[in-house]
Design a protein around this ligand. Structure first.
Ligand code: GDP
Length: 197
């Protein structure tokens, strides 16, 4: 993908704040700190388009980033902060569910579930994956932070992730690193397929 431009379009909480351009969307789900902001920056070749690190309120917001004035990369609120209250969790799931529900038919082409390659998917990751499948959404698993393990550890870790998420043979898990850009071309190839650009 030739990135001509990328911009933060809008931060939304409610559907009436979502963009109305009609662009296709690819959304990113995953636990807080797994690297959602970093991967969006890496994909569009920008250092700090999607802010990296903890931002107050970020767990309740959806950020839309337009690419080439043609489609959006969508950063969904991260999950898995042990400290959040029940009310916060309910609000989080409500925000995500509302987004998935209102975009799945028309705009949402794929949801990336970003996991940490070093760890087995958490309970929340498994729930999220099953939830996405329940919505009938096309998904892509990306195993981030691959620079933190050796090359020889990559395949065994990918196999573990496949097993824990109970993936079908045709579902891909792409090892990725925002630090050394491993997997970048493979991810764009998957996105190109669903975006038809
Ligand atoms: P988010 O909460 O999912 O948006 O996560 P961030 O993008 O803010 O990243 C959380 C932390 O992980 C930051 O300190 C990043 O620099 C770091 N990080 C993200 N991706 C990678 C990666 O591929 N390799 C390494 N070593 N660190 C990463």
């Amino acid at each position: 993908m030739n990135i001509k431009n990328a911009a933060h379009e809008i931060t939304a909480v409610k559907p009436n704040q979502y963009p109305v351009t009609g662009f296709s969307e690819i959304a990113f789900a995953g636990r807080s700190n797994v690297g959602k902001s970093s991967i969006i920056n890496t994909l569009v070749n920008r250092k700090s388009l999607a802010r990296v690190g903890s931002t107050p309120g970020k767990t309740r917001q959806i950020n839309f980033f337009s690419v080439n004035e043609n489609f959006y990369l969508v950063d969904l609120p991260g999950y898995g902060f042990a400290s959040v209250s029940k009310e916060m969790k309910a609000s989080w799931s409500n925000i995500i569910e509302t987004y998935l529900y209102s975009r799945k038919e028309n705009f949402l082409k794929m949801v990336v579930l970003l996991v940490d390659i070093r760890h087995s998917p958490s309970k929340d990751d498994i729930t999220m994956y099953q939830w996405l499948k329940g919505f009938g959404l096309k998904t892509l698993i990306i195993a981030n932070k691959a620079d933190k393990i050796t090359r020889g550890q990559i395949n065994p870790r990918i196999n573990d992730i496949r097993k824990v998420l109970q993936l079908d043979g045709d579902e891909k898990v792409i090892p990725f690193s925002t630090s050394n850009r491993l997997g970048l071309e493979q991810v764009w190839a998957e996105f190109d397929n669903v975006l038809n650009v």
